[in-house]
Design a protein around this ligand. Structure first.
Ligand SMILES: [Zn+2]
Length: 511
């Protein structure tokens, strides 16, 4: 038992309450007040059963209102709750049900772990869940997965209603660019002015313009979207693929699903994907007037498919992606030209065209070489001194820590996948065994190091070879990138004339 007693409460157990409005709250009359009263009553009963004093101070009632769909850790009440837990402001957290706690299993588990790590006892009343009991994490995960399944059921119910509407040729939601909604019939009608733009987009694509070039051209001409925004590459691509423009309603084309897939490292990753589900598609061929004819639509679809195949995704991560920024503050992304030369370019420009940013492309080789060269010089000049001044903890040690928390995060995903039934026990054991081995190896590597007084020398020996050469195989490229991102916060381009120059901001303090 946690014996955390604030002085003014004597031997009382201090309880906090977490309450949240969910989508179904209104339906079930499960208001915040009700949840809070329920939890208070529980605390009173537990206290009298155990002949203890349980107090629930008003300032320890955390209420999350109406922010659905936001990841747990971004919700303000949750952040405050965790902060207070870290400062030991309460012993017990009460909530009415695990479905209140979090909608998403992984979020819920993360939150549970954080609270337990702070020494907090977590109790969810409806499921009679108590984190002080055996196998708490497992039980919690199961409940949480059930709560999540419950909420997915609800969203299916909502969708069925919308599908019936679609089946009768009526439109769900905002009208797409080029159409407006007839409020009476609930059907789409052509918006003559916008329709011209949509037809122009299809025609330009067939004339050989890419999506980005089209967006750029429209933006230059001062033509805006239906909601008055700049055209983006993504928006153009979506328009070109949307069958609404040949008069069809295809509803339920894509639904949001949780997916588990095996990543490169053999670790199961969880992600939300838009997936096709043929059984749930409503298809109404002539629901409203078409803006382009079927042949044109088919020709565009064919061309889009061709381009997709040409692009080729090798999945490799380039050295400065995520670190480098444009003069305008946009991220730099990579782009390969027709001769397989790799460039960095501004992501805002890639998205919106030269209206958003006029920065030229920068050859990836040139930028990477220059940055690596400069870092190498800085490391040689400052490394021994910095190690003493800044951390007293060698960078290699930090790199190991980063690796360790990465492995722990992977374990959490793995566990969640197993708990949700996405993995069999045998699969789980196998993958878990691999993870454990890597963790053990890591512990071994970090072992005897703390006793050595002169880590700096070895550190430089370790880093410099990686920074010296541009590495071509994926394995060493990824080590190189990890070193770089450990050292560097940001590489920011500052000018293109007369030379391309950039500023490197390190993660450590200037020496
Ligand atoms: Zn830019």
């Amino acid at each position: 038992m946690i014996q955390r007693r604030s002085p003014d409460n004597g031997a009382a157990r201090v309880c906090a309450i977490y309450a949240r409005v969910s989508d179904e709250s209104q339906v079930h009359g499960d208001s915040l007040d009700h949840q809070i009263a329920y939890a208070r009553e529980y605390a009173r009963r537990r206290a009298s059963d155990a002949e203890e004093v349980w107090v629930v101070p008003d300032e320890l009632v955390y209420v999350d209102e109406g922010i659905t769909g936001l990841s747990m850790v971004k919700r303000p009440a949750v952040l405050r709750l965790l902060e207070d837990a870290r400062h030991g402001r309460f012993d017990v957290l009460l909530c009415k049900g695990i479905s209140r706690f979090a909608r998403d299993t992984v979020d819920a588990l993360t939150m549970l772990r954080s609270l337990i790590a702070c020494g907090v006892q977590v109790i969810s009343i409806e499921e009679n869940f108590d984190s002080h009991r055996d196998r708490a994490e497992f039980v919690f995960t199961i409940h949480s997965a059930l709560a999540q399944a419950e909420s997915e059921k609800t969203s299916v119910r909502v969708r069925l209603g919308a599908m019936q509407k679609a089946r009768s040729g009526r439109w769900n939601g905002r009208p797409p660019d080029g159409y407006r909604l007839n409020r009476e019939t609930q059907r789409l009608e052509i918006d003559d002015e916008q329709a011209l733009v949509i037809r122009q987009i299809f025609a330009m694509y067939l004339a050989g313009f890419g999506c980005r070039a089209i967006a750029e051209r429209l933006n230059q001409q001062g033509i805006v979207t239906a909601n008055g925004k700049l055209w983006s590459q993504r928006r153009i691509a979506r328009i070109l693929q949307n069958p609404v423009y040949c008069g069809e309603i295809v509803y339920g084309r894509r639904t949001k699903r949780m997916r588990f897939r095996q990543g490169e490292s053999g670790i199961v990753e969880r992600r939300t994907d838009w997936v096709h589900d043929d059984a749930e598609i409503v298809h109404v061929p002539e629901a409203h007037p078409a803006l382009v004819d079927r042949d044109m639509f088919a020709a565009v679809a064919h061309r889009l498919q061709e381009r997709r195949l040409q692009r080729g995704r090798d999945g490799s991560v380039h050295l400065l992606v995520g670190v480098a920024r444009c003069t305008c503050g946009g991220r730099l992304v990579t782009k390969e030209n027709g001769h397989h030369t790799l460039y960095y370019r501004c992501a805002r420009q890639a998205e919106f065209g030269r209206v958003a940013c006029t920065a030229p492309y920068v050859r990836a080789d040139d930028l990477e070489q220059a940055v690596l060269q400069r870092i190498r010089e800085d490391v040689v000049t400052h490394l021994p001194l910095r190690d003493r001044v800044v951390t007293g903890r060698p960078l290699r040690r930090q790199a190991i820590d980063v690796e360790r928390s990465r492995l722990v995060a992977q374990f959490e995903k793995l566990f969640a996948a197993y708990a949700c039934g996405a993995l069999s026990l045998a699969q789980f054991d196998h993958l878990n065994g691999q993870l454990r081995e890597r963790l053990a190896a890591l512990e071994g590597a970090s072992g005897g190091q703390e006793d050595h007084g002169h880590e700096e020398v070895r550190l430089a020996d370790w880093i410099l070879p990686w920074l010296a050469v541009r590495s071509f195989d994926l394995e060493s490229a990824s080590i190189q990138r990890r070193i770089l991102t450990t050292l560097v916060q940001e590489v920011r381009l500052i000018s293109f004339n007369p030379d391309i120059s950039a500023v490197i901001r390190y993660r450590f303090a200037e020496v």
